[in-house]
Design a protein around this ligand. Structure first.
Ligand SMILES: [Cu+2]
Length: 115
């Protein structure tokens, strides 16, 4: 008779398979794809300061198209909503501005110098 050698498969402590599955499914990097802020940008028109009248609260601009007012490029006098805006710019400066029709007068409601 043959003594069958029982192959003792070293069943090593089947370490309780620590499935430390740190499956941190991070969805970082998925930024918003909606094109926000484009409306605000579209409302800005370009201009160049030709004259400033602080006492009257007016500025003369050679401006590009003002889409929201349906106005073509021209040089014209505009009111400013806040006379302090006129302290931010000088004749010859290039500016970006937003203009609206307020009480029948075309008024600059926002203006900033461009570099
Ligand atoms: Cu105009």
């Amino acid at each position: 008779m043959k003594a069958f050698a029982t192959p003792i498969l070293a069943i090593l402590m089947a370490g309780a398979a620590t499935l430390a599955s740190a499956q941190a499914h991070q969805h970082a990097g998925h930024g918003p794809h909606e094109p926000t802020a484009t409306n605000a940008a579209a409302a800005l028109s370009e201009g160049e300061v030709k004259k400033i009248d602080k006492e009257a609260g007016k500025i003369t601009l050679r401006h590009g198209e003002i889409r929201n007012l349906n106005m073509a490029a021209m040089t014209m006098v505009l009111r400013v909503q806040d006379p302090a805006m006129l302290d931010q710019v000088e004749v010859g400066d290039k500016v970006q501005f937003a203009a609206e029709r307020l009480n029948g007068a075309i008024t600059i409601v926002q203006m900033q110098k461009t570099q």
